[in-house]
Design a protein around this ligand. Structure first.
Ligand code: ATP
Length: 295
């Protein structure tokens, strides 16, 4: 179990990236959903012992993460947002090296383990290709392979699907979902679909704070019968935004569709819709400028 208590971090330039963050996570895949700049990477790096907080505590089972970073690193798998690779090293060579560092000392055992891992992430046939020649999706799958060496109990993946095409994303999702069976997995993302597809629990994170935590479907359902949609002229968007709590706008056949939150039927040509997690996400991060969040 991962427990985070009253975590605070303000960067030297005055940006408060973590504002009294407290959360407890158990085994399974947990989605941390928030917009760019919300502070997700700061939180991930802090948990991964790459930077310190100003105050607060993180424990993983019996490990005090700030006092025993070496202990945490032994059971941690981390796929950072900016995942650099050595371009002239092959996938097999790199994984062999990491496996050695992580303590798999027997040469034969290590070779078998690495080949099995390459198979698992669907990179076996590219095992002798240099990492610099990998596509974005292949790199991400390699990233997962390096993160899961040694069966970590805590796995952190930071914005893993940004830039992947739908097929690569699918493959990557399948791989990630297996991991949640045996470990605490934190998936940090701004992509709502990643959370719907993968996570049994989630939190919306913005401006350094956890706004709300729960099961994706249950959170989404809190807005049932409160989301309405209408097709409008593009030029009218500002007017609608001034009068309604506009959650999302998207083009459909050249016309602009808006989804709004309203406690009561708004009339004016708005129709109720089958709302989803995206509506909930935008509703929760639009607070407190617009309607207060009452759950
Ligand atoms: N080293 C740093 N020095 C100063 N400010 C920083 C630093 N790192 C991050 N920030 C700022 O802290 C805030 C949170 O950044 P962070 O990268 O944690 O957010 P994020 O949710 O991961 O966003 P993104 O998805 O864009 O990476 C942002 O305002 C960012 O500009």
């Amino acid at each position: 179990m991962l427990t985070i208590k009253n975590l605070n971090k303000t960067y030297a330039n005055g940006t408060q990236a973590l504002n009294n963050v407290s959360i407890t996570l158990e085994k399974g895949m947990f989605g941390l959903l928030g917009p760019n700049g919300a502070g997700k990477s700061t939180l991930m790096k802090t948990i991964a012992t790459l930077q310190l907080a100003d105050s607060g505590a993180i424990t993983f089972n019996d490990i005090d993460v700030f006092k025993q970073p070496e202990e945490l690193r032994k059971i941690l798998g981390y796929l950072p947002q900016d995942f650099g690779v050595y371009p002239k090293v092959t996938a097999e060579m790199m994984l062999t090296h990491i496996a050695k560092v992580k303590g798999i000392t027997n040469t034969k055992e290590r070779k078998e383990y690495v080949l099995e891992l390459l198979n698992k992430v669907n990179l076996y046939k590219f095992r002798n290709r240099n990492l610099g020649d990998f596509s974005g999706g292949m790199r991400q799958r390699f990233g997962i392979a390096q993160a899961i060496i040694g069966n970590p109990q805590l796995i952190i993946v930071d914005e893993p699907t940004a830039g992947l095409d739908p097929m690569e994303r699918n493959r990557f999702h399948n791989l990630l979902s297996e991991l949640g069976e045996n470990a605490v997995v934190i998936l940090s993302t701004h992509i709502v679909d990643d959370v719907i597809n993968l996570c049994h629990e989630m939190a919306v994170f913005n401006e350094g704070k956890i706004l709300v935590k729960g099961k994706p479907q249950e959170l989404s359902d809190t807005l049932n019968q409160k989301v309405y949609s209408k097709s409008i002229e593009k030029s009218a968007l500002a007017d609608y935004e001034a009068h309604y709590n506009v959650l999302t706008n998207y083009l459909r056949a050249g016309k602009l569709n808006i989804n709004i939150f309203s406690e009561t039927p708004p009339g004016e040509g708005f129709l109720p819709i089958a709302n989803d997690l995206e509506d909930f996400y935008f509703y929760s991060i639009s607070r407190p400028k617009k309607a207060p969040l009452t759950l």
